[in-house]
Design a binder for this molecule. Structure first.
Ligand SMILES: *Cc1c(COP(=O)(O)O)cnc(C)c1O
Length: 425
């Protein structure tokens, strides 16, 4: 990558890094850079240095940073209407809901709108409780559901939960090994409201689920009167090579010809379509948004006034979401992610390094598990190669680029990764 000259000294430089570090709460490990601009899969810092971005705002910028269609929609909407509560219907909200339901599996056609992933999980819990009259949940070991107290209770990583002690309600949650049908069967007792899982575990190390386990979860939850909730916050919106990752695990007979959604005529006939899906991250092209999408059977059990949020469904996010989903459909972004992901993983697998244990993933959700800690290599990618990548568990390097990334950029990332793996330390 090119590293352009630093900004000439006569340009007054504000010490943004010092200010951010001084006034931030301190919960983040701040990198020693200040990012100021991005386009597609390219990010620039305040010195003009150009990076290839395989972080994408933690898997948010699927349609590319500052996607022109999203930008135009935000500009136009900002001049019309930014905020309007959900008791007052709005044209963009109606458009967005219809557009979202058009890409969701058949039967998932009622939506609670909110502003983030954790909020979508909080909503999922409340809807599951009211739909079943039960309060227990089954979640997955290595699963991630977010950091608010209710979502945290479903998040497995003990270091996220333990500092908050009894305030995290773990009495109502049991964790089963992801993929272990016996453990799952034992955990789904008559008092379980819902089983929640990611179709591909993201934070837990990029671990794709397996069809047999997911189908069995669907069968068992139906049998026991519990809901199945799929957390598609990271995997949704074309990231894994399908519009939603559960489509990978549906029986072949369920797949529709266009490949965009599960072709089941009714959710009950499908082997994987859940009762609810948590959505967020990429849904509005980078603007904060979240949703819990569910069947009518689930939605109808929640009384009016049973849940709510001020910013949810705000017209600005809705306009961005209409543009983002429209772009995904028209550009067949799922297909792009499938092809580019296969290419990316094939090239990663060709790297000759004894430090690599496994390359795994689905579409452009890719993890490289090393035989040693991944953090030094992620730092080296940023500092020496101007490539931004993410960690997922201590051993895994995670690549979550915008789905618009070019093959040339993928080639550059792989070459850079090979150099940092083979560099003398
Ligand atoms: C990111 C993420 C969340 C939390 O979303 P936030 O918007 O950060 O609250 C929940 N579940 C999964 C699978 C995620 O990847």
């Amino acid at each position: 990558m090119t590293i352009t000259d630093p900004i000439p000294t006569e340009v007054p430089q504000t010490d943004w890094l010092a200010d951010e570090q001084r006034y931030d709460s301190g919960v983040y490990h701040k990198h020693q850079v200040v990012m100021t601009r991005a386009e597609g899969a390219t990010v620039w810092d305040s010195t003009g240095r150009e990076y290839i971005d395989c972080v994408a705002g933690y898997g948010v910028a699927n349609v590319g940073h500052s996607n022109p269609e999203v930008v135009a929609a935000i500009r136009e909407q900002a001049g019309n209407l930014i905020v309007m509560p959900q008791t007052l219907p709005n044209d963009k909200r109606a458009e967005f809901l219809k557009e979202l339901v058009s890409v969701l599996p058949a039967g998932i056609d009622r939506v609670f709108l909110c502003n983030s992933g954790a909020e979508a999980v909080e909503a999922a819990k409340k809807f599951a409780i009211t739909a079943t009259g039960r309060t227990k949940f089954v979640s997955m070991k290595r699963g991630f559901s977010g950091r608010t107290l209710g979502a945290l209770a479903l998040t497995w990583e003990p270091k996220y939960r333990e500092p908050f002690g009894a305030a995290v309600d773990n009495e109502h949650v049991s964790f089963v090994t992801y993929g272990n049908i016996e453990e799952l069967r034992a955990a789904i007792t008559d008092d379980v409201a819902a089983v929640i899982m990611e179709p591909v575990q993201g934070e837990g190390g990029v671990r794709p689920g397996n069809a047999e386990f997911i189908r069995e979860a669907r069968r068992l939850t139906r049998e026991k009167g519990a809901l199945l909730i799929m957390d598609e916050i990271q995997t949704g919106f074309c990231r894994t090579g399908k519009f939603f990752a559960i489509e990978h695990f549906c029986a072949d007979a369920c797949q529709s010809a266009d490949g965009i959604r599960c072709g089941c005529k009714a959710a009950e006939d499908c082997m994987v379509v859940p009762d609810g899906m948590t959505l967020a991250k990429a849904m509005a092209g980078g603007v904060p948004v979240g949703a819990f999408a569910m069947t009518a059977a689930v939605a109808d059990k929640m009384p009016a006034g049973g849940h709510g949020t001020t910013f949810g469904g705000n017209p600005l996010a809705m306009a961005a979401g209409v543009a983002a989903i429209g772009y995904m459909k028209r550009e067949n972004l799922a297909q792009q992610a499938a092809e580019k992901g296969a290419y990316f993983m094939e090239k990663l697998r060709a790297i000759k390094s004894s430090k690599i244990r496994e390359v795994r993933g689905l579409g452009l959700m890719i993890g490289v598990e090393l035989k040693e800690k991944s953090a030094p290599y992620i730092s080296a990618l940023e500092h020496d190669e101007a490539v931004l990548a993410l960690q997922a568990t201590p051993l895994v390097v995670r690549f979550l680029p915008p789905l618009t990334i070019s093959k040339e950029q993928i080639d550059s990332v792989v070459a850079a990764f090979e150099r940092v793996l083979t560099a003398e330390k």
